[in-house]
Design a protein around this ligand. Sequence first.
Ligand code: HEM
Length: 405
Amino acid sequence: MPTEQGNAQDPFRPAATGFGRRRALLAAGAVLAAGVGAAADELARDDRTAGRATTGAPPAEAAIPFHGARQAGVTAPQQPATYLLSFDLPQTSAATGRKALRSVLGALTSTLATAASDAPPDPRLQGGGATRLTSLVGIGPALAARLDLNVPASLEELPPFPGDRLDPRRSNGDLLVQLCAADRWTLTVVAELVGGAAHAVGAVPRWTQSGFLPHTAPGTTPRNLFGSKDGTANPDHAAAEQWVWGPPGAHGNGNGTVLVYRRIRMDVTGFAALSESRRDRAIGRRARDGVALSGTAEHDEPDIYAKNPDGSYVIPATAHVRLASPRFDGGARMLRRSYSYDDGPTDRGLLFCAFMRDSAQFTRIQNRLAARDALTPFLQHRASAVAYVLPGAASAGTLGEQLWT
Ligand code: HEM
């Protein structure tokens, strides 16, 4: 089973602690950091964490509740370190498989809820302040089809794309768990607990992958290994309600979403050898400040129709942000919460993680990128997965209760 490493610090934690400041930051910054699409959900979580805060334990350090309408691994502000685990279930009859899945989801719910609590019993999770653990659990398309689960109608594996060099040992899977936390230590410990709990009820580990973000000032956008700010054009709360949550075609899934994961190796040295102007034109934004070539501030929407006096486009025809623009997709948006990874000098890149209602949106964009994106010569897609991210579990509830209806 392939495994990898990573670590980083929290880029989105407010510099000043205190509930008031954090609440204001979340409300006012709803268009900024990844995770903003569910700012309201996060405010509700903060209300609950604030109630438990004591002197000497600042609210920004409080645990992020596991229970809620939506899984915290999508809604909470992006954490600095991630760890993904994929599992398979044995191929059995549908009835036996459903029973096995219920057991696995029960085990994952209790393990993740306990690990995310204020006082996790494992001594390795104690003594260093709250872990700030968040998680999400998703169901892969093959399992959903095998067990005839109540999942969105459009849930399916991605088609092959030109240039794909996917490693099946690092791709797909029946169940996907994404952990995020303030540090790598927490993730290693919780991954071991999750792996043990899932294995005890019959799940088979398939792959794991770790990732990290750079230290970034609160409310600002983290950079990827090409040096670009990545996550600027994420949807605000209203757009996320429209485009991210509630994939159609299953009962009770208004609080679910679809995760597309791609492990993309980046030729960091080759890209760095380009002039600054060529790098900026390849992205369509200036690396220095993240501003679109057509704009003056980071959060100005890229104007893909703006032209230079000579008639050429200000954002070039092969620029990444042009080809990924929602304007080619009827306004459809995705919530990107990507991480960098480093598995050795020749294998570094981006763990592209994006949430959307329908993976067809990813397919449309990726087909355009594969054909024309100026970044494409510097990228290799090496692994891939799609998962239906389940709605959250109510207190005393279990993840996946909607799957059987
Ligand atoms: C290693 C590969 C990639 C890199 C380095 C990269 C980098 C970037 C950067 C720097 C931006 C501009 C800042 C921002 O809005 O976040 C951006 C925007 C975006 N990217 Fe990527 N990206 C990669 C892969 C992908 C893939 C595979 C997709 C989807 C198929 C994608 C979809 C988007 C979208 C939808 C936007 C926002 C466009 C907009 O609304 O202006 N990216 N990406």
